[in-house]
Design a protein around this ligand. Structure first.
Ligand code: NAP
Length: 358
């Protein structure tokens, strides 16, 4: 089946909450020319309201902003937008308040914010590893009486770890993870970390990040039974660091399993992993979510973050571990796969599964 086939005769109107920010700009870039979606509403803070997009936004992407948006006005953050899907890229405190208002008013909310990631009936989605978690939406709607819904994308650093560990968990039974993240500056939004703090330096603390890793990995690798999510039974020990890299989060990790894989077995399992069939018709899904590198010095953020338009997670340095069982390194583009592209893929999954019509 063709990925670019239009499953509707008309494009679906969408809005972006936080359209002027680091992730919001990625949404604008990616949704311009998207085969299913069309940007109709751009939303930001009160500071930006009423201005044209180009005036309100300090554009940080490598190419110019699309002509279709530069003159669009920034509109207020109210659930009366002429759209069906809302992509949310606002600070978590704002998301906590406004996303339920949009869901209650019938919008499909695909969020990048952390506000609702841990809520039991809100799916934390990566379609290639847990597409079946969308079924939690039934419980969400029943419980809250919403005609819309909220789904969330995971933390940008745990995304690549989860995709790399899912095939290994299926075959060898994941029990423990020891991980050290080296996270890019763009992960802190704009203007983010002051240059005087990050140049020639590493900051060994990112507020709230290490706690998110354990909770989110357990949820991502969990199982839905009888309409409820059972989190995966695993322990995560994490250290999060901010490093002077612009884009692309690198994670070095050791993993312990019920049955220890050899590096060769791990390589075979990672390269032969098959995402759920539905991913084949989602326009943003890469042919394979993982690229396993065998060079001694890969993956690296600058060289590997843009693989398949930033949608593929690069994995390498597969080797035995004297403490746990297996060591590996992942690189994930934080504002693409780890944020905007991941949320767009979630929206495509919702559309493909008929949530726009129900
Ligand atoms: P950012 O660059 O600081 O952008 C924040 C956006 O939210 C801007 O459009 C801003 O509009 C808007 N905003 C701020 N305060 C607001 C308010 N009171 N009411 C309405 N809009 C408001 O942040 P970001 O890095 O894009 O992150 C956005 C969200 O995505 C956060 O929840 C973050 O945790 C999450 N996330 C980020 C990444 C990443 O790699 N950066 C990855 C995954 C998830 P103005 O321009 O008008 O101020």
């Amino acid at each position: 089946m063709s990925k670019t086939r239009t499953i509707r005769t008309q494009k679906i109107p969408v809005g972006i909450l936080g359209a002027t920010g680091t992730v919001g700009q990625r949404f604008v870039q990616l949704l311009d020319g998207h085969p299913w979606f069309e940007i109709v509403a751009l939303v930001a803070s009160e500071r930006s309201q009423g201005q044209r997009y180009l005036e309100a936004c300090r554009w940080l992407m490598p190419s110019d902003p699309p002509d279709s948006v530069i003159n669009q006005p920034i509109v207020p953050m109210r659930p009366d937008l002429p759209v069906q899907i809302v992509f949310s890229a606002v600070p978590s405190a704002i998301a906590r308040e406004v996303e339920p208002q949009f869901a209650a008013a019938g919008y499909l909310v695909c969020s990048n914010a952390s506000a609702h990631r841990h809520v039991e009936d809100v799916p934390l989605l990566i379609p290639e590893i847990n597409a079946e978690h969308v079924t939690l939406i039934e419980q969400q709607r029943q419980k809250r009486g919403w005609s819309g819904l909220i789904v969330t994308s995971p933390n940008c650093a745990i995304t690549g770890v989860a995709v790399a560990l899912k095939p290994l968990d299926e075959d060898f039974g994941l029990q423990k993870v020891f991980m050290v993240s080296m996270q890019a500056i763009s992960g802190a939004g704009y203007p983010g970390v002051a240059s005087m703090d990050i140049l020639d330096n590493i900051i060994p603390y990112i507020p709230g990040e290490e706690e998110k890793f354990q909770q989110e990995l357990q949820k991502l690798l969990g199982t839905v039974r009888n309409g409820r999510l059972e989190p995966a039974d695993l322990i995560v020990s994490a250290s999060a660091n901010r490093v002077p890299v612009l884009d692309g989060h690198t994670v070095s990790l050791s993993a312990g399993f019920e049955r220890a894989p050899t590096p060769a077995q791990a390589h075979a399992v990672l390269t032969s992993y098959h995402p759920p069939e539905i991913c084949a018709i989602l326009p943003s899904a890469p042919d394979h979510p993982l690229r396993v590198r065998t060079e001694l010095d890969r993956p690296q953020p600058r060289r590997d973050r843009d693989t398949a338009d930033g949608m593929v997670i690069s994995v390498g340095r597969l080797r035995t571990c004297p403490l746990l069982d297996l060591r590996l390194t992942t690189v994930t583009h934080n504002t693409l796969r780890g944020a905007a592209s991941g949320a767009i893929l979630n929206a495509e999954l919702l559309v493909a599964q008929g949530y726009l019509d129900s």
